[in-house]
Design a protein around this ligand. Structure first.
Ligand code: HEC
Length: 215
């Protein structure tokens, strides 16, 4: 009996937990260069203030198709082969926020919900009745409301922030697997090559057999 009671309590607690958790907003990830490029711009000018992208090198941003002058501006005195570092040393960040901001290179793949999570988290800030800033998707987050979402009430302005969050999520999806596009086009060439090669072999086989059949 006692066990059933405990189970029932657990079930109640779990379903109450489930109710408070907000479902993620869905976002369509873009792969076109203008959108991904604008996402890169936001990440390289805003997020880099606290976060690094240690698996992305400046060279890869140029290879992606971003304007070289722009990338030069972001890298400053760093070589093209340098990884994208944060403006804020990890210890200083930990001292200011009580937690070091995680590296963003793989974050879009590391979180459940992937792009939907990044999008929802960035837009999830709100002002509590006590005037504090909260986040629906990560209530205890130490990250400030960097896109200033909580203060926006105008729907047009909010739509612009949604667009910005979508660009950032798209860029972070690219960053988590920068060679995905290359791999896909390589796959296409491999298949095309195999197709041509198989056709040639088939024709050759027919010729050889035609000759053999005569004897
Ligand atoms: C002022 C410093 C600061 C800036 C600027 C900043 N962040 Fe953060 N961010 C943090 C800190 C601190 C954390 C750690 C939060 C925690 O775990 O409580 C964090 C955590 C995160 C996380 C991980 C959340 C999780 O689920 O663990 C993501 C994703 C993220 N930031 C994305 C971004 C993006 C995208 C931008 C740029 C639009 C950005 N951040 C700009 C400080 C910052």
């Amino acid at each position: 009996m006692k066990r059933i009671f405990v189970l029932a309590l657990c079930w109640l607690a779990c379903s109450a937990w489930g109710e408070t958790e907000m479902p993620l907003n869905k976002v369509e990830v873009a792969t076109d260069l203008p959108t991904v490029g604008r996402g890169a711009e936001t990440v390289m000018t805003v997020c880099i203030g606290c976060h690094s992208l240690k698996y992305i090198r400046f060279r890869e941003l140029v290879k992606l198709g971003l304007d070289k002058d722009k990338v030069d501006g972001w890298r400053g005195a760093n070589p093209m082969g340098a990884a994208v570092a944060s403006m804020l040393p990890a210890e200083a960040a930990a001292a200011s926020f009580g937690k070091a901001p995680p590296d963003l290179s793989l974050i879009a793949k590391a979180r459940e919900g992937e792009a939907n999570y990044i999008y929802s988290y960035l837009l999830g800030y709100y002002t509590t009745p006590e005037g504090k800033t909260g986040n629906h998707y990560f209530p205890a987050t130490k990250m400030p409301d960097v896109l200033a979402v909580a203060s926006v009430t105008d729907p047009v302005q909010h739509a612009q922030l949604e667009q910005k969050a979508r660009e950032v999520a798209s860029f972070l999806i690219w960053a988590a697997d920068p060679h995905a596009q290359e791999r896909k086009s390589l796959g296409f060439y491999v298949l095309a090559y195999l197709f041509v090669f198989t056709t040639l072999l088939y024709l050759l086989k027919n010729r050889i057999w035609a000759r053999l059949d005569k004897h």
